[in-house]
Structure formats: C-alpha cells, structure tokens
Design a protein around this ligand. Structure first.
Ligand code: BG6
Length: 536
C-alpha cells in the first residue's frame, strides 16, 4: 500500500483468499485516492504555472501560499516557475515582492524559486498580452527547463474565463507541444478554472463551448475547493472502507439527511460580487451539491476520476429539479438584518459596502431535495446555508429511523433522541455517532450520548490545505477531485428552477437577525414534516 493512509482496512483472519484480495484491492484504491495525507510523498512533474489574475485577492490569499507550502514540503520540482498575468502594471521584481508579501520568505526552497518568477501585464482582450505570454513561456522553458508543460490557473473575474481560454487556443498555447523526450516526461497543458462556472445552466453551457473550442475536457480542471478538504474526502473513506456503515446507508434505515454550510462572517469586502451571486449560486450549486453527491452516491467500482465522477453524476441526475409549485413549498430564502455575533454588533446585509440599500439578494437558503433512486426514494435531503449564522460550521448529518418498538416509554425515554451520524467537515473535523445509553441508577432511564472521533486527536500528520491538495492534483493530472462538465450541468439543472423562482418574485424574501440560525420559516419547512434542524 503506497501510503498506508487507510491501511487500517481490517482483514478478517477467517476470510477466504479472494475476500482478502478484494479487501486489500479496495484499501489500495482508496490509498491512491487519499494519498496526500503525508505531504512530501508526491512530486509534481516539471512545468510553468501560469496565473491569470495574479495581482488579485485570490492569488495572494490562496494560490501563492499553497504553492509556497508545496515548495516547503518538497512537492515542487526544481524545474518549476510561476508566470503571473494581470492588468496591473508590474515588473518581474515587483511581482516577486508581491508574492513574498503574500507568503513570507522564511522557507529556503520557496526563496530559491521566487527569483525566477515572471510577470506579464496587459489587457486580457488584447492579443499583444498573449503574444508577450508566448515569449515569456519560451524563455522560461529555456531558463527553468519547464519542458513546454503548463498549468494555467484562471483566478480572474468569471466573465474572462471564456475569452482567456479562447485566446490561449488562438495563440497555439492551449495544446502541449510534441514530446521531445522520453514518454514519462511528455509535456502537458492543463487549465484550472475557478468557480462560479456559469451563472446558470445556459451560461455554464456557453462557457463550456468556449473552453472546449481550445481545450479538451480532459485538460479542464474545474475547481471546487470543498473537494480539497480532507473531511470531504473522508466521506468516501468512511463509507467505502468500512463494513458497518454502508448496509444502513439507505432509505430503510435513514429517516432524512441534513447538510449545513454555516458561516459567521458576512460578505466582508465582497458585497459587489455577492450582489450578483447570492447564497444559492455561491454555495448551493457547487459546494453543497458536491457534498450531497459524495454522501449519497453509489459505491464506485474504483477510485479513479472517471469511476467517482460517474457515480456523482448518477446521483445528481436522480435529484429531480423542483417544479415552480414545489420551489415555493420547499425552499426558503432570506437575508440577514443587523444582529450580534460573538457579542459584537454587526450590520445588516443591506448596510454592507457594495450592497444596494434595497437589495433582494439572499444570504440564506434552506431547501428540501430528494434523490429518486432505489436507495434514497422518499428520504428528504434538507440543505441550508447562510452567512452571519452563529458560527462557522459545515456538517452532514444522517438521522436514522427509530426502533420499531421502544419498550421504555414516557419518563424513561424522555432524554432519548434519534441515532444521528454527523460528519463534521469543518471546523473541529471529525465524526460523531449519537445513540441511547442507560443512565446509571436503579431505573431503566435512557439518555442520548455521543461517540466522537476527532481528526486532530487521531492523526499527527499535517493535512494539506484544500488549495494545496487540488493544485498538486492538477499538476499531476489527477482529475478525481475536480468537477466534470456533466456534473456542473446537473448541479445547475437542479438549481436553475429555484433561481428563477427566487428572481421572479414567486418566493418571499424572509429576514433573520445576524447571529441566529436563519428565519423562522426555515424551521417550519421541517416542523411541518415532524422534523427539526439540528442545533450544532
Ligand atoms: C466560497 C464562497 O466559495 O466559499 C464564499 O464564494 C464562502 O462566499 C467560502 O465564504 C466558504 O469557504 P470555506 O472553505 O470557508 O467554507
């Protein structure tokens, strides 16, 4: 087993040889998928990493620190460099300073790499920008031995994704040059695209058309940083590396599923962007749909990109887009007003910088979905996300059905709740299972207790940050954790009718005070079905 990450797959001593073989095959496949728990165990092949939007916020906050961290843990080769592209006028030296300001310069490996970073300034609509880029790429191939391989990273505003991709195609740098050396060192060209991928299904299809005019689907790496989170990947480990969970992971035992993505922050300095997005586009279409797909998909035959993404697509296809009447009954949208978080007074959404004073953009969404397939028919999937909720927390909870007959009635079982399996994606990453136990004493009184696994307590290995993991995967050509074109389509197909109902006024915009768990109406969504949201 390459990395031993889940080498704890237990093999029963009484198992037959073929059962033992099958168990170790599964373990080996999952080891491959979950490989980089030990930073430093994988190495990117040589290439130039080209960032569009290099002077922007995302590059400084996420991408440069992730690259620096990969350099520190020895995962970047010597034959590597970064080429920044942006409109801001900078020269190479000031770009290098900007990078070091974002990352610090304590690490030797990183300090050695940065002096060769290059910068191209220019308008993205201007052919001369791409001509300059072609020249710089030839120079870095010569000076840094990057071998004609490139990873392009689109960290610009989304409206530029298509135009940049087509310009790369037009200038002949979207395809890898012919291999000159041994096959294992064949040049490659890949393009990583940030979210949002389109504003709706039609927009995503139009963007795909532009992307595909220059790049093959196999070259396109659509990023959803949630897929890079260790605990999101752990959903796969929990489900498919353990014998005890999968048999009860279905409609016969699960009463309903709750997915919560809660943030305590407001829109910060991104009010202008958020006004054009809203919670449904910003979180539900991508992060929530990915988490739902991994949690509810069928077991993949293998852990390669195609097998896993095929299963995710099958699950998303089983979620019927709601019709307009259903949207009104099954979705709640709301916006935060002023309130208090951590004893601090915070303004309402309409008072945030860049937000219209009469804005109707939703900062909270609660939805009921269902997956109409053999495994999940009739099991409600409740999802909610919001800004300015009491705390930052992402979790998936499977609430199980009750026992067929409870012999302990009334007072004896008053403190007994349902069995719930909670996968805490962040923070305080872990898994908890609540179950009933007897309270010590003469009476047979029951109370719910929780068995809790904490990632931090169990492992000493340093996890990769989500961007680090995903950048390294893209460099290595592993697309498993990236979003395929048909996944994007299906996620928009589900969200599109809800977006229309939100914008045509057929659903009301509710209010909630910052620092609360959302509007009262979201509670009613579950209460009318005899259920309630978890209070994490
Ligand atoms: C981003 C959204 O995709 O995810 C932000 O655009 C949101 O609005 C962020 O704050 C949440 O990410 P995380 O990793 O903090 O849960």
């Amino acid at each position: 087993m390459a990395n031993g990450q889940i080498s704890a797959v237990n093999i029963d001593p009484a198992a037959t040889q073929s059962e033992t073989q099958a168990a170790s095959d599964v373990a080996e496949q999952l080891d491959h998928l979950l490989a980089p728990a030990h930073p430093g165990t994988r190495h990117s092949p040589r290439h130039a990493f080209v960032i569009f939007g290099a002077s922007g916020d995302l590059a400084s906050r996420k991408i440069f620190p992730a690259l620096a961290s990969l350099a520190r843990s020895g995962e970047l080769p010597d034959e590597f460099t970064v080429v920044g592209v942006a409109r801001t006028e900078l020269d190479d030296a000031s770009f290098r300073r900007l990078v070091l300001d974002a990352t610090g310069d304590e690490d030797d490996a990183w300090r050695r790499l940065v002096p060769r970073f290059r910068y191209v300034s220019g308008d993205y609509g201007d052919d001369s920008t791409f001509r300059k880029l072609c020249g710089v790429l030839s120079e870095v191939d010569r000076d840094c031995s990057t071998g004609g391989s490139r990873v392009y990273y689109l960290a610009t505003v989304p409206s530029l994704f298509g135009p940049i991709a087509t310009s790369l195609g037009r200038h002949g740098i979207a395809r890898a040059p012919a291999a000159k050396t041994r096959a294992s060192d064949e040049p490659f060209v890949r393009i990583v695209v940030e979210k949002p991928y389109g504003r709706d299904l039609a927009g995503a299809n139009a963007l795909d058309e532009l992307m595909h005019s220059a790049f093959d689907e196999s070259q396109i790496y659509r990023i959803d940083h949630y897929m890079g989170k260790e605990t999101v990947q752990n959903v796969i480990a929990l489900r498919f590396a353990n014998a005890v969970f999968e048999p009860i992971w279905n409609r016969r035992y699960v009463d309903h599923v709750q997915v919560t993505v809660a943030e305590s922050l407001g829109v910060e300095h991104r009010g202008g962007f958020y006004e054009t997005a809203g919670a449904l586009r910003d979180i539900v279409q991508n992060h929530v749909m990915q988490v739902v797909a991994l949690t509810l998909m069928e077991p993949p035959a293998a852990s390669d990109a195609q097998s896993i993404r095929d299963e995710k697509v099958k699950l998303l296809r089983a979620i019927e887009p709601p019709d307009p009447a259903e949207v009104v009954g099954n979705s709640i949208r709301a916006q935060y007003g002023p309130g208090t978080i951590n004893s601090e007074a915070v303004p309402g959404y309409r008072f945030e910088p860049g937000v219209a004073s009469d804005s109707t953009t939703e900062t909270y969404v609660a939805l009921q979905l269902s997956a109409d397939n053999w495994r999940w028919a009739g099991v409600p999937i409740y999802v909610r996300t919001g800004k300015r909720l009491p705390k930052r927390l992402t979790e998936v909870a499977l609430q199980f059905r009750g026992v067929p007959h409870l012999p302990f009635q009334g007072r004896l079982s008053r403190d007994l709740g349902p069995n719930v399996l909670v996968i805490r994606i962040q923070p305080d990453e872990g898994i908890a299972l609540s179950f009933g136990a007897k309270v010590p004493g003469a009476e047979f009184r029951l109370r719910s207790v929780s068995m809790d696994f904490s990632y931090e307590a169990a492992f000493s290995e340093r996890p990769h940050d989500a961007y680090e993991r995903l950048l390294l995967d893209a460099m290595m050509g592993d697309a498993t954790l990236f979003i395929r074109s048909d996944e994007v389509d299906h996620a928009w197909r589900i969200v599109d009718p809800i977006l229309s109902a939100f914008s045509d006024g057929s659903t009301s915009l509710h209010q909630y005070a910052a620092g609360t768990w959302g509007p009262h109406e979201a509670n009613l969504l579950l209460e009318r079905q005899g259920r309630r949201w978890r209070i994490p």
